[in-house]
Ligand binder design. Structure first.
Ligand code: NAD
Ligand code: TYD
Length: 358
């Protein structure tokens, strides 16, 4: 039985990945999820798996060397899948330090603890051990309006404190691979959407605001472009890279689905109108009149677009979920999980929202 140590598994992508892995491998794998449960971590995301005998949750900070070393000492870890991070660009602009702390120093702790547990006296590593570092396309910076793409060979050029901290963490992983031949891979993925995404990110924020008849804040001219990927496709890519990818390689993961923010908002409004029955009082609230242009994000990257050619050619992964289907699945999930949304938007979220959008 293979043992996975997943960091940040109570967050958006991590929890989707854990669900995906249990669906795919069932009792053939064991997952230990280590998460500090920051504002972004939510154990409700894992309700369906929490009773499984092959699932364990450990509440710990990845910067806490002793706590992480203890997990490695007590378990024979075969795979690390490292999601834990501060992940929101707007928060990084307001408070960069915690991004350096978690994303850079936390990654250093994870690498060191894995290295200590897996290294043999001759400096090679135990057979079959693998570390996967989950990163973002934002490390490559910003593209012009169209025609160009991020490849694995594109030089790093991060602009926000978030992307700079993720770029630093990628560099550390690369340094471990180059220096120690540490068995790792890096994936750089485009924007994800899907169930369990915290409503500080564009898509769940727009869905939630529209259903409540609240303004829909559009930064700048609304024409910034992101390449959106359904989260389950990302989970699948991570597993395929770890099992079929060449060690020490980076793989870009993307949706082939570039859209301007304003297009995304219009699609969400149209899909909500289509999916809500006439009898639902929220239907009358959902309206394009809610769209409100607000001040632009500082240093706002214009366009991100991934060319996922390498992962397709080498591993056979491609984005399976068309946006029109993925967004319907996502909206259906938010309809079915109104309590989840109510819980995460109570308390601190209101404070964040008022400060951010005042
Ligand atoms: P998220 O913010 O939803 O979840 C992050 C998780 O990490 C939370 O559960 C949080 O509690 C945990 N965490 C934060 N600090 C921690 C610490 N110090 N110790 C332990 N746990 C801690 O983020 P996400 O959107 O699920 O992103 C996961 C990873 O994927 C991140 O590394 C992010 O950079 C990367 N990524 C995200 C996207 C995206 O569109 N969301 C795209 C590409 C890559
Ligand atoms: P976001 O979901 O924060 O992801 P990222 O910044 O990592 O790409 O934002 C996606 C895009 O949507 C980005 O161009 C910023 C824009 N945006 C808005 O226009 N309004 C909002 O309220 C938010 C949260 C984002």
């Amino acid at each position: 039985m293979r043992t996975y140590l997943v960091t940040g598994g109570a967050g958006f992508i991590g929890s989707n990945y854990i669900h995906y892995m249990f669906r795919k491998y069932g009792e053939q794998i064991r997952i230990i999820n280590v998460d500090a449960l920051t504002y972004a971590g939510n154990l409700e995301n894992l309700k369906a798996v929490e009773e499984l005998p092959n699932y364990t949750f450990v509440k710990a900070d990845i910067c806490d060397k002793e706590a992480i070393a203890k997990i490695f000492a007590e378990n024979d870890i075969d795979r690390v899948v490292h999601f834990a991070a501060e992940s929101h660009v707007d928060r990084s602009i307001r408070n960069p330090e915690v991004f350096v702390q978690t994303n850079v120093l936390g990654t250093a702790v994870m690498l060191n603890c894995a290295k200590a547990a897996w290294e043999l006296p001759d400096g090679t590593f135990k057979e079959g051990k693998k570390f996967l570092h989950v990163s973002t396309d934002e490390v490559y910076g910003s593209l012009e309006e169209d025609g160009t793409y991020f490849y694995e060979t594109t030089p790093y050029d991060p602009h926000s404190p978030y992307s700079a901290s993720k770029a630093s963490s990628d560099m550390l992983v690369k340094a471990y691979m180059d220096t120690y031949k540490f068995p790792a891979n890096i994936t750089n993925c485009s924007n994800n959407y899907g169930p369990y995404q915290f409503p500080e990110k564009l898509i769940p924020l727009i869905i939630n605001n529209a259903l409540n008849g609240k303004k829909l804040p559009v930064y700048g001219d609304g024409k910034n472009v992101r390449d959106w990927l359904f989260v389950e496709d990302h989970a699948k890519a991570i597993d395929m890279v770890q099992e079929q990818g060449r060690l020490f390689e980076t793989y870009n993961v993307g949706g082939h689905n570039e859209k301007q923010n304003i297009e995304i908002i219009n699609i969400i409004l149209e899909t909500l109108q289509e999916m809500l029955p006439d009898s639902d009082p929220r239907k009358a609230l959902v309206s394009k009149d809610l769209i409100t242009y607000v001040a632009d994000r500082k240093g706002h990257d214009r366009r991100y677009a991934i060319a996922p050619d390498k992962i397709k050619a080498e591993i056979g992964w491609y984005p399976e979920t068309m946006f029109k289907d993925g967004i319907k699945k996502t909206i259906a999930w938010y309809f079915e999980n109104e309590d989840w949304m109510k819980n995460v938007t109570s308390g601190d979220y209101q404070k964040y929202y008022n400060e951010m959008y005042k």
